[in-house]
Design a binder for this molecule. Structure first.
Ligand SMILES: [Zn+2]
Length: 253
C-alpha cells in the first residue's frame, strides 16, 4: 500500500504541471459522471498531500480527494507518452502544459464542494502528518496516550488517527532503526522512545518523497537476515488488518 512518502512524491510531480493551470479534464470512470463539466475552466489552487491522502483544490471550493488504498496510482508524463498502466484502468486524466496527470484504478476518488465538506471533516480526524514541515508531537502524543495501553507499538503507529502517513513498511523500518520491538505494548514505551521512532522515519520518508523509490532503502522490511547481527528476521501478522510486521528478535527489544 502506498504510504505518505509515495503520495508526497506524486504531489511533487503533479504540482509543477497543474498548479495555477486550468487543465483539460477527462473523467473516464463511470463513477466520475459530470466531473468534466464541473471542473473545466477552474484553476487548480493547491496540490496537497496529507498522510496517505491527496487533495487537488480547484477554484470555487471544489476539491478532488484521492486515496490509493492497495491498488491505485498516480502517473505523470508527457502527453502522448506510453502510460505505465493499461488505458482502460485510467479513471481521471488532467492535461496541461503538454503533460498528463493520470489517476489509475481509483479506488477512492471523490469530488466535494465547500470548505466544510465531509472530506475536510474526515481529514480533521486524522493524526498529524508524518511529513509535515514541523511534526505536531503534542497532538501525536495526546492521541497515542489516549489509545489502548495494551496495544503493541507496531500496531499503534499504523493508526492513521494517531499519525497520518506511516504504513506497514515504514513502521517496520522505523522500529528497527531504534531497536524497539513492534510487539512491545504502549504501556511499556516512554515518550522518548516513541519520539525516536518518529525522528528516525521522518528524514527517510522525506528523502523518498523527494527522490522516489530509489531512495527507499530497506533495513528490515521483507529481508531474510538482520543487517546488524546477521540473525534471521522474524515476521508475523499484526493488528486488526493482520499486516505482516518484520523485526529482529535480537536487536529489537
Ligand atoms: Zn539483529
Amino acid at each position: 500500500m502506498p504510504e505518505g512518502d509515495t503520495i508526497a512524491y506524486a504531489a511533487n510531480r503533479i504540482r509543477p504541471i497543474l498548479l495555477g493551470e486550468q487543465p483539460q479534464i477527462e473523467a473516464r470512470h463511470g463513477s466520475l459522471r459530470g466531473w468534466g463539466e464541473r471542473l473545466t475552466g477552474r484553476t487548480i489552487e493547491a496540490v496537497e498531500p496529507y498522510g496517505k491522502h491527496l487533495f487537488l483544490r480547484f477554484e470555487g471550493d471544489l476539491t478532488v480527494h484521492s486515496h490509493l488504498k492497495m491498488t491505485g496510482s498516480w502517473y505523470t508524463g508527457l502527453q502522448g507518452a506510453r502510460w505505465r498502466r493499461a488505458p482502460r484502468r485510467a479513471w481521471l486524466v488532467l492535461r496541461a502544459k503538454g503533460y498528463e496527470v493520470v489517476q489509475f484504478d481509483g479506488p477512492l476518488l471523490e469530488l466535494s464542494t465547500g470548505l466544510r465538506s465531509r472530506i475536510d471533516r474526515r481529514v480533521a480526524r486524522l493524526g498529524p502528518d508524518i511529513l509535515a514541515e514541523e511534526f505536531d508531537y503534542d497532538r501525536f502524543f495526546k492521541r497515542l496516550r489516549e489509545d489502548d495501553a495494551t496495544r503493541p507499538i507496531g500496531d499503534a503507529i499504523l493508526d492513521q488517527q494517531t499519525v497520518a502517513g506511516i504504513g506497514n513498511m515504514w513502521k517496520a523500518e522505523a522500529l528497527f532503526d531504534v531497536g524497539l520491538d513492534p510487539w512491545r505494548p504502549l504501556s511499556r514505551t516512554t515518550d522518548d522512545e516513541v519520539r525516536a521512532v518518529i525522528e528516525a522515519v521522518r528524514p527517510r520518508m522525506a528523502d523518498s518523497a523527494r527522490g522516489g523509490t530509489q531512495m527507499r532503502e530497506r533495513h528490515v522490511y521483507r529481508l531474510p537476515k538482520c543487517i546488524t547481527c546477521r540473525g534471521e528476521i522474524a515476521s508475523r501478522g499484526q493488528g486488526d488488518d493482520n499486516r505482516t510486521t518484520y523485526w529482529c528478535p535480537v536487536c529489537q527489544r
